[in-house]
Design a binder for this molecule. Structure first.
Ligand code: AMP
Length: 485
C-alpha cells in the first residue's frame, strides 16, 4: 500500500476528465471544486486502481467513488430496453438502509444525464417490488448485505458481470457482523474487478479484509481517523442517570439549541427517551433499528425539514447520515466504543461551522471516558452545571455527596437503576469490554416491535426530580480517578 496522499485543494471537477454528462449533473448539485477525498480518489479510480479511502461521511466520499465509476461505465450505456443489456456492473455495499438510500439518491442525481440505470435494495420493506426492478436490469446496484443475499438466492441479482465493488463504511459493516455476508457476496463476484473500500477507521480486521479482497490498493486519507474537529466545543457534565433528561431539557433551553442529535446506546433507551421528551413538549423523533423503514425515513425527513428539534438515535441508525449543520450533539449515554464518540461529535461543527458536543457522564462511565481520553489524546474536564430553581436533594442517597464516579457501592443508586434501566444496558455495564452496539434489524425484514412498557419516569416525576450530588464543578477527570478521594 502506498503512503497517504495529501491532496491539493480547489481543483475543479472539470479538470479530472469527467464527461460533460456527468459534469452537468455535478454542476446542478452546485459543486464546483472537489473536496479533498474527491481530489485524492477520483483520478485513481478513473485509472482503474483499487482504492482504500479513509474518510467519513460528510467528506464527499460518495461522489468520490460514484463519479469515476459512472465515468468508467459510460462505455456500457445503451438505450436498449432489454434487461440483458443492463447487467449489474457496479455494486455498492453499505451497512444501513438509510445510507443505502442516501447513496442511491446520489447515484440517481449524478447519472441523471446518462443512460445508466440504478437501483437500491435493503431489508425492512417488501422484496417483491425490488425483484421487479432488478429484473428490468440495472447497472449500478446499491445494497445492504443481507437483502442482497436474498436477491442472489432468488436469482434476481446476478453478479457475474460486476466490474466495480464499493465497500462503504466497511468498519461499520464489520461492527454489525456482516463479515460472513460480505465474504459470501464477494465470492460471487468476478475476480477481475476494481474494489474500493471506504472506512472511517482502519482496524486490523479492515486491513485483513482489504488484504483479502483488494489488489495493491492506493490509500487515500483526508483526515486522520479518530481526530475530533477543532471547531467542536466538547463539554462533559457529570450527571446521575436519573437527572439526565432534566439536564438535557435545561441545556437545550439555556443554550438556545435549535436542533440536536441525542445519542443513546440502546434501541429501547432511545425509544423511551424520545417518548418522554415529546411528553415534555420538545419536538422529538427517534431513529433506531426497531422502527420500520418508512418510519425511519419519515423521522429523517422531519428532522431535515426542521419539523422536529431533537433526533434521538442509536449509533448504527445515525452513522453516515448526511445531515449537515446540526448545531449540537448530546451524548445522553457515553458510547461503548470510544470511536463512536468521535463519529457522534463529528455530526456537529461541519464545514467550518462551530459545533457543540455535550456528554452526560454517569458514575459507571469511568472506563468509557478513559477510553475516549486515550483516543482523543486529551484529558476530559467537567463543565459546571447548576439546576434552575435548585431544590435541596430529598432524603435519599444523594444527600451523601457522592463523588462523580461513586465508590462502586452497590447501594441504593444501583438498586434504583435495576428498576429503571433496560436489561441489555445493565448487563453491558457489568461486563466490560462492552459489546458493540449491534443492530441486527438493519438487514432483515421488518417485524413490528412489541409494545414497549411506559417510559421510566413521567412528567409528575420530573417536577420532583432530585438534584444530583454528582453534578460537579469543574474538575479534572484524572483527579476523580484517584482512589480514596
Ligand atoms: P458524503 O460524504 O458523500 O455523504 O457527502 C457529504 C455532503 O457533501 C453531501 O451532501 C454531498 O452532496 C456534499 N458534497 C459532495 N461533494 C461536494 C463538493 N465537491 N462540494 C460541495 N459539497 C459536496
Amino acid at each position: 500500500m502506498t503512503e497517504p496522499l495529501i491532496p491539493p485543494l480547489n481543483i475543479p471537477f472539470s479538470s479530472v476528465g469527467l464527461s460533460d454528462t456527468i459534469l452537468r449533473a455535478v454542476a446542478e448539485k452546485g459543486y464546483t471544486t472537489m473536496s479533498p477525498i474527491q481530489a485524492a480518489a477520483i483520478p485513481h479510480v478513473l485509472a482503474g486502481r483499487d482504492v482504500m479511502g479513509a474518510a467519513q461521511t460528510g467528506t464527499g466520499k460518495t461522489a468520490a467513488f460514484v463519479l469515476p465509476l459512472l465515468q468508467r461505465m459510460l462505455k456500457h450505456e445503451t438505450p436498449s430496453p432489454s434487461p440483458a443489456r443492463h447487467p449489474v456492473r457496479a455494486l455498492v455495499l453499505t451497512p444501513t438502509r438509510e445510507l443505502a438510500d442516501q447513496i442511491h439518491q446520489n447515484v440517481t442525481a449524478y447519472a441523471k444525464y446518462t443512460q445508466l440505470r440504478s437501483a437500491v435494495v435493503f431489508g425492512g420493506i417488501d422484496i417483491k417490488p425490488q425483484m421487479a426492478e432488478l429484473r428490468k436490469g440495472v447497472e449500478i446496484l446499491t445494497a445492504t448485505p443481507g437483502r442482497l443475499l436474498d436477491h442472489i438466492e432468488a436469482k434476481t441479482a446476478v453478479l457475474n458481470q460486476v466490474e466495480y465493488v464499493v465497500l462503504d463504511e466497511a468498519d461499520r459493516m464489520l461492527d454489525i457482523g456482516f463479515l460472513p455476508d460480505l465474504q459470501r457476496i464477494l465470492n460471487y463476484l468476478p475476480k477481475q474487478r476494481i474494489t474500493l473500500l471506504f472506512s472511517a477507521t482502519f482496524s486490523p480486521e479492515i486491513k485483513r479484509l482489504s488484504a483479502s479482497y483488494l489488489q495493491n490498493p492506493i490509500l487515500v486519507e483526508v483526515a486522520r481517523p479518530n481526530e475530533t474537529a477543532a471547531n467542536v466545543e466538547q463539554l462533559f457534565f457529570s450527571v446521575h442517570e436519573d437527572d439526565k433528561r432534566r439536564v438535557l431539557r435545561q441545556l437545550v433551553r439555556e443554550r438556545g439549541i435549535t436542533q440536536a442529535f441525542v445519542f443513546c446506546n440502546s434501541k429501547l433507551g432511545c425509544a423511551r427517551l424520545a417518548r418522554s421528551l415529546e411528553r415534555d413538549g420538545l419536538r422529538t423523533t427517534a431513529l433506531h433499528g426497531d422502527k420500520s423503514q418508512d418510519e425511519r425515513l419519515k423521522a429523517l425527513e422531519a428532522f431535515k425539514k426542521g419539523e422536529v428539534d431533537l433526533l434521538v438515535a442509536t449509533d448504527v441508525a445515525a452513522r453516515g447520515l448526511d445531515i449537515k449543520d446540526v448545531p449540537a450533539v448530546f451524548n445522553y449515554d457515553i458510547p461503548y466504543n470510544a470511536e463512536d464518540y468521535v463519529h457522534r461529535i463529528g455530526r456537529t461543527g461541519r464545514a467550518g461551522a462551530s459545533g457543540l458536543a455535550m456528554s452526560f457522564v454517569d458514575g459507571d462511565d469511568k472506563r468509557l471516558i478513559s477510553d475516549i481520553e486515550k483516543l482523543i489524546k486529551k484529558k476530559v474536564e467537567f463543565a459546571e452545571f447548576q439546576f434552575e430553581n435548585e431544590q435541596p436533594p430529598r432524603g435519599s442517597h444523594f444527600n451523601s455527596g457522592r463523588r462523580a464516579w461513586g465508590d462502586d457501592d452497590g447501594g441504593p443508586r444501583r438498586e434504583e437503576r435495576r428498576d429503571e434501566r433496560p436489561s441489555e444496558r445493565r448487563s453491558s455495564y457489568a461486563s466490560r469490554p462492552a459489546p458493540k452496539p449491534v443492530d441486527p434489524f438493519f438487514d432483515r425484514p421488518y417485524e413490528p416491535s412489541t409494545p414497549e412498557p411506559a417510559a421510566p419516569t413521567n412528567t409528575a416525576d420530573m417536577g420532583t426530580s432530585r438534584v444530583s450530588a454528582n453534578i460537579k464543578t469543574k474538575k479534572k477527570v484524572a483527579a476523580l480517578f484517584k482512589s480514596g478521594e
